[in-house]
Design a protein around this ligand. Structure first.
Ligand SMILES: [Zn+2]
Ligand SMILES: [Zn+2]
Length: 291
């Protein structure tokens, strides 16, 4: 992840962190705790304070965070406008990373609801209307072939959108697809794939670079989690102590109280589950869909 401009003391929230949160994120939000089909089967990481919540109804006080990372998550959201409103309500600045329509055209993800473009710092969403089938050929190629990963890495700025925001997030939502635009996307995707070439020497060098990056990341992560594990061993409620100051009821946005078996909203008279110190802060409708 490039160009993350947070300061050393920033409180950082990450939404949709799944199995691979950024090492710098302080608090994590994910929609699902044990349901894993939207995460391609990976298990969720909860080595830091984690809250199960909907991105369209974030259970936090206004301006709780200095910085918010939303990496590869907005394309899954039913109401991206509401999602963005919530980000700018609970946070001051942040970065949204999502697949560009060209990447969506090449890979095709079943769980992604939108074709996304960016123009003049504005995110443009076009509804997919029908559920896309996962195009497994390119997924397999990505998993198994270094030269293809190298190719995608080089084309990163064409495949992903990086939107930096401060206070407000500019977004346009179109509920019908744009045929001319989609024609352009298909053309761009095939032009891009035409550029792909194979050089064994180049891809060998890239393979080593990948290993080095993976090792460096691993070292950074264990370093972080060791101190966290020690703190947790002394005080198993440490993540709750931190969370309880900023979490609110997703229903009425009033402060919650810790009780023996969960977190409690006095004004709604609702008790939210607490599983291994992870509060499940979903409203009635979301709760029905499971977590
Ligand atoms: Zn996705
Ligand atoms: Zn409430």
């Amino acid at each position: 992840m490039k160009n993350l401009d947070f300061k050393p003391n920033d409180l950082v929230l990450e939404i949709g962190s799944g199995h691979n949160p950024h090492p710098r994120s302080n608090i994590l939000v994910d929609r699902y705790l044990t349901k894993v089909d939207e995460r391609s089967g990976f298990k969720i990481k909860n080595d830091r304070p984690l809250v199960i919540a909907s991105g369209e109804k974030l259970p936090f006080l206004d301006n709780s965070f200095d910085y918010i990372i939303a990496n590869q998550v907005i394309e899954h959201v039913e109401n991206p406008r509401l999602f963005c409103q919530e980000l700018s309500r609970v946070g001051k600045r942040g970065l949204i990373i999502c697949p560009h329509a060209v990447r969506e055209e090449i890979f095709g993800w079943q769980h992604h609801l939108w074709w996304i473009f960016s123009e003049k710092n504005t995110l443009n969403f076009y509804s997919k209307l029908t559920k896309d089938k996962k195009r497994s050929f390119f997924h397999k190629l990505y998993q198994n072939k270094t030269f293809f990963r190298q190719f995608c890495n080089r084309q990163e700025n064409k495949l992903n959108i990086y939107l930096h925001w401060k206070k407000k997030i500019k977004i346009k939502v179109h509920l019908a697809p744009d045929k001319t635009l989609m024609k352009k996307v298909r053309k761009e995707a095939s032009l891009l794939l035409d550029k792909m070439n194979y050089s064994s020497i180049n891809s060998f060098a890239f393979y080593f670079k990948e290993i080095l990056i993976r090792l460096a990341l691993k070292a950074r992560k264990t370093g972080k989690s060791i101190s966290w594990i020690i703190k947790k061993a002394f005080n198993p409620n440490i993540s709750l102590d931190l969370l309880i100051k900023i979490i609110v009821c997703p229903n009425c946005r009033k402060k919650l109280r810790l009780s023996s078996k969960g977190v409690f909203c006095q004004s709604c008279n609702i008790k939210y589950p607490l599983i291994d110190n992870v509060p499940i802060l979903l409203d009635k409708e979301e709760m029905k869909k499971g977590y």
